[in-house]
Ligand binder design. Sequence first.
Ligand SMILES: *Cc1c(COP(=O)(O)O)cnc(C)c1O
Length: 361
Amino acid sequence: MTKRAYNFYAGPATLPLLALKKAQNEILDFKGSGMSLMEISHRSKQYAKVHSEASTLVKELMGLPNDYKVLWLQGGASTQFYMVPLNLQKKGKPMEYVNTGAWSKKAIKECKFYGDVNVVASSEDDTFSYIPKDIKFSDDAAFAHITGNNTIYGTEYHKWPDVPSTVPLTCDMSSNIMDKVIDTKKFGVIYAGAQKNIGPAGVTLVIVREDLLDRVPDNTPTMQKWKTHSEKDSLFNTGPCWAIYMCKLCLEYLKELGGVSAIEKINRDKAKILYDVIDKSDGFYKGHAKLDSRSLMNITFNLQTPELEAQCVTEGLAKGLVGLKGHRSIGGMRASIYNAMPIEGVQALVDFMKEFQENNQ
Ligand SMILES: *Cc1c(COP(=O)(O)O)cnc(C)c1O
């Protein structure tokens, strides 16, 4: 058995061991075909089954109503930053965003290529340490956009903002898709780069309510329309077959665990263990996010000095705890504990943190 590190990287991130093993077993000979799935046509019956199972798993696990389409696209969540306004714009209507961090800002920047953007709420005044309350979108907005979980700052929405019934709510769920049960009907569009919570890098999951597919202007290049991909079930061109296959294996594993409600419970337990150590450290560890905005997925914290933080990262690494350095833009430390991080990994981290505190305070 190869030694597995506990991997706290923010993304690409740890994957379920059983999904990796399944892939390992099938890598040379996919289900008796004598070929690797990587070598098989994206139009073959073998791949078609994988493709449709992956989409079905998303629908099942998220409880998607029938009028939602599941798309597997490329270009990362960053490409959706422009595809959202491109596909949802409405002449003369403002596009409204909440700014909760670096990823929101990038989304806002891209939207500005398409027209006026209203930033209706922001937490920039306090280093994005919270999710704004009382968010109000206007009735005539073309769409509303939020970032479900702020990977860099470690904050997450625990209650979705209300939107006027005519305004589709759009959410970047790259780092919290399927971390908890949500009412998907509240959303018009959900998108997520796969590499944090549901699979490897190389594919982006986009979920779109059917009625929104027709808004896109006619003079839009074919590949940039969600409608193109929806009509061809994400097989308009050669998609990232292997990445979609890996997502399927990860989602299958999630389903076997008991689905999103089961993982939500585990995620809450994992986050609590970690936040408890921070809260009971007498200020040795200082959490970045405000209590009511704390992320279940990315736990961000600081020590007294950058030197001590660097020492903590290095000593953690020596114990097989990888990827604890905070994002370069805010420093400090970050433990990303996505769905695939086992509770044993979090336990190993808190044991180390307690010991590190004893030795260094
Ligand atoms: C990582 C991340 C992105 C960027 O995703 P790419 O797939 O690399 O484009 C966007 N939004 C959020 C919230 C992220 O965490």
